[in-house]
Design a binder for this molecule. Structure first.
Ligand code: 6PG
Length: 214
C-alpha cells in the first residue's frame, strides 16, 4: 500500500523531500532519478545545499520532453539550473529526447539497464493523475521494457520519452510530491489505486494540506 504523509505547506513538502533524498544518498543509494515539472524546483534548490557525497551518485531522469537540453521546457535544464549546476554527481544521464521519442527511448533504455537498479525515484503528479509521462488510458502504460516514447502527450509538449511503469515499479524507493489544490483529485485517485499515480503500490507520498483536500 502506498503511504501518504500530509504536511502543512508546499515549502514543508520540499524540505521533507530534499531531506529524504539526502538521507537515502547518505545511506548508500547510488542512483537518483529526478522528475520534471514545477513542483520539485524548490526541493532541488534545498537538496543542493545539503550534505551529500555526490561523487557516489548517478543521476537519471524519469521523463523528458522532446526539446533540446537548453530549451526552457527541458526537464534536464530545470534540474541543471536548480540542482546539477551546484553539485557534482559522478554521472548525469540525461534523456536524449531531442533525438525524438523512439530513438531517445531506445538509447535511454540502454542507459537505464546499465545504471540499474534505480535506488531512489522522485516523481511529481499531474492534475489528471499522470506520473513521469505516463498518462491515464495511454498505451504507453502497457509498454514493455524500461522506456517508452510518446507523440501525443495531453500535456505539452506532445513528444516525450518516459520510464515505463515496469521500470518505476522495480525501483527500490519511489517518492511522489504533490502540492496545491489542483492536485487534490490526482491524490484522491492515487489513494484509490486509480490512474497512473495510483499504480505504484509501494510509493511514499509527501503532500501538503491543499493536495490532501483539507
Ligand atoms: C513533466 C513531468 C510530469 C510532472 C507532472 C507535474 O515532464 O511534465 O515530469 O510528470 O512531474 O506533470 O508537473 P508540475 O509539478 O508542474 O505540476
Amino acid at each position: 500500500m502506498a503511504e501518504f504523509v500530509i504536511l502543512a505547506t508546499a515549502e514543508e513538502v520540499a524540505e521533507a523531500a530534499a531531506a529524504e533524498i539526502a538521507e537515502a544518498l547518505r545511506d548508500g543509494a547510488k542512483t537518483l532519478v529526478l522528475t520534471g515539472g514545477t513542483t520539485p524546483k524548490r526541493c532541488y534548490e534545498l537538496l543542493s545545499t545539503l550534505e551529500v557525497e555526490w561523487g557516489r551518485v548517478a543521476v537519471l531522469f524519469g521523463d523528458e520532453r522532446c526539446v533540446p537540453p537548453d530549451h526552457p521546457e527541458s526537464n534536464y535544464r530545470m534540474a541543471k539550473e536548480t540542482l546539477l549546476d551546484h553539485v557534482s554527481p559522478a554521472t548525469v544521464y540525461r534523456i536524449p529526447a531531442e533525438l525524438g521519442p523512439e530513438e531517445g527511448a531506445d538509447l535511454y533504455a540502454e542507459v537505464v539497464d546499465y545504471a540499474a537498479p534505480l535506488d531512489f525515484v522522485l516523481l511529481g503528479v499531474g492534475e489528471d493523475g499522470h506520473i513521469a509521462s505516463l498518462f491515464p488510458g495511454h498505451p504507453a502504460l502497457e509498454a514493455d521494457g524500461l522506456t517508452a516514447g510518446i507523440r501525443d502527450s495531453p500535456k505539452p509538449p506532445p513528444e516525450r520519452v518516459t520510464l515505463t511503469l515496469e521500470a518505476l515499479r522495480d525501483a527500490h524507493r519511489v517518492l511522489v510530491m504533490a502540492t496545491g489544490t489542483g492536485k487534490a483529485a490526482a491524490v484522491a485517485m492515487a489513494r484509490r489505486g486509480e490512474s497512473p499515480s495510483g499504480m505504484i503500490a509501494g510509493a511514499r507520498w509527501l503532500i501538503d494540506r491543499a493536495a490532501a483536500g483539507q
